[in-house]
Design a protein around this ligand. Structure first.
Ligand code: NAP
Length: 422
């Protein structure tokens, strides 16, 4: 008999463990949100490599229209007969330039955050929305995709950190499905394929440990931005690279795993695994452990999600086990990396806490990237912002956005204080 559902989980798991996936046509129309970013450009690579399976109905970015122009022209060259995708550029000034930069054939949608939802709703045909946006800005379009009843290949973990329960509600109502793109969650999804949820004992997320895995606590106060951005295994966008250096990324992923797989926090562990070969593991109730291994290449989990959990051919470096040799695992150090503890505590508290955690982290990371604060200020700013907000439940998107806005104002004050203190 399946085990009863986890009591600390307030909703059904988002991930369709053991349930059939959507029955989609053989050629899929995609919306790619964040098309100029690390995930978005890799999604476009996958489209170009699969001309008989994938088409692009719409793309969205914030302001980097020059990169978008390059990507769209390379897409057009790979299929001269395909219609140009609809385009959202959310930054108003960049959108003004977009028509000139992208050429007369491009069909531009509106500007501003609402245009991200428009990118999801405007195309006549959409089967898959790839959400490669960074930050809480990804939540509203995830909800729009959920309402449209499509497959959501979700890289934007902040959607679930900020609005996990809202997404679960809309996914259930809209008949959509969420397939994770994060390599850890995609690994877990593969280990769970076809399983009954009652067979799962716990999940083990692996973390590379980031660039400061072996750095003594005293030296963390003075690390440079260049060192922070020097990730040992993955090449990613700047925000997730900083999150990996603070281990906030693993904390956000623990919250993401809670919403995806519907397990309580005490059944979701994180271990440091330098080298990023084992992407994550599932322990079953009989003690058996399943893991998924591979070279660190985000196109693997991204394509797997887009394809609806199918392994399509992919050109890339293969894992050579003999070259890899030993696999090492270490306990994460929450003294040196307090963001991991802060995230777990915020996830366990639920309600407004993960929204505040995420907003404070986004503000602090942006300040670090602008050179205004130091690496070691990040956990302090997040902890201070968390104490400013009253805990409480969040019932809808408007309430979540209100908490997010308040927390950003509060975090901005703490950033200013940290910057002034030097
Ligand atoms: N990169 C990876 O390997 C990786 C791995 C696992 C998970 N993820 C997750 O995937 C998500 C994307 O990460 P990334 O590394 O691809 O980020 P990224 O390289 O910084 O790209 C972010 C994309 O989002 C767009 N964007 C940012 N803010 C926006 C806003 N307010 N409105 C509209 N568009 C906005 C950017 O547009 P502009 O370029 O025009 O600014 C860009 O297209 C994150 O949630 C991350 O945690 C990434």
């Amino acid at each position: 008999m399946p085990a009863p559902r986890d009591k600390s989980s307030s909703h059904e798991p988002l991930y369709p463990c053991g349930r059939p996936l959507l029955d989609l046509p053989p050629v899929l129309d995609l919306v790619i949100l964040g098309a100029t970013g690390s995930i978005g450009r890799q999604a476009l690579d996958i489209v170009r490599a699969n001309p008989n399976r994938l088409r692009v109905a719409a793309v969205a970015c914030h302001s980097r229209v020059d990169i978008l122009a390059e990507e769209l022209s390379s897409l057009a060259a790979s299929r001269p007969d395909a219609p140009a995708p609809l385009v959202t550029v959310t930054d108003p000034a960049a959108r003004e330039r977009a028509a000139a930069v992208l050429g007369p054939d491009v069909r531009l949608l509106g500007a501003g955050p609402a245009a991200l939802e428009e990118a999801v709703t405007a195309p006549d045909s959409v089967q898959v929305v790839v959400n490669g946006l960074v930050g809480a800005a990804g939540l509203a379009p995830t909800l729009a995709a959920a309402r449209r009843g499509v497959r959501i290949a979700l890289a934007n973990k902040e959607s679930l950190v900020v609005g996990g329960e809202l997404v679960a509600r809309e996914v259930a109502a809209g008949g959509s499905e969420v397939l994770p793109v994060d390599s850890e969650h995609a690994a877990i999804a593969q280990c769970l394929s076809g399983r009954d949820p009652g067979e799962i004992a716990r999940l083990v997320l692996t973390a590379s440990g980031g660039p400061f895995r072996e750095t003594p606590a005293a030296e963390l106060a003075t690390v440079s931005l260049e060192q922070v951005l020097n990730h040992p295994t993955w090449k990613m966008g700047p925000k997730i690279t900083v999150d990996s250096a603070t281990l906030m990324n693993k904390g956000l992923e623990i919250i993401e795993a809670h919403h995806l797989f519907g397990l309580s926090y005490e059944r979701i562990d994180a271990v440091v695994h330098p080298g990023s070969i084992v992407h994550s593991l599932v322990e079953f109730v009989d003690g058996a452990l399943l893991a998924q291994l591979g070279t660190p290449d985000m196109r693997v989990p991204l394509q797997y999600a887009i394809a609806g959990e199918r392994h399509w051919p992919l050109a890339g470096r293969r894992l050579d086990l003999l070259e890899t040799g030993t696999l090492r695992f270490e306990r994460p150090d929450t003294e040196r990396f307090p963001c991991l503890r802060l995230a777990r505590e915020a996830g366990e508290a639920g309600g407004a806490a993960p929204i505040v955690l995420n907003a404070a982290n986004e503000v602090a990371v942006a300040a670090l990237l602008e050179g205004r604060i130091r690496y070691a200020d990040i956990p302090r700013i997040i902890a201070e912002t968390l104490t400013d907000e009253e805990p409480g439940r969040v019932h809808d998107l408007a309430a979540a956005l209100a908490v997010d806005a308040r927390a950003r104002r509060s975090a901005t004050t703490h950033v200013a204080r940290a910057a002034a203190a030097g």
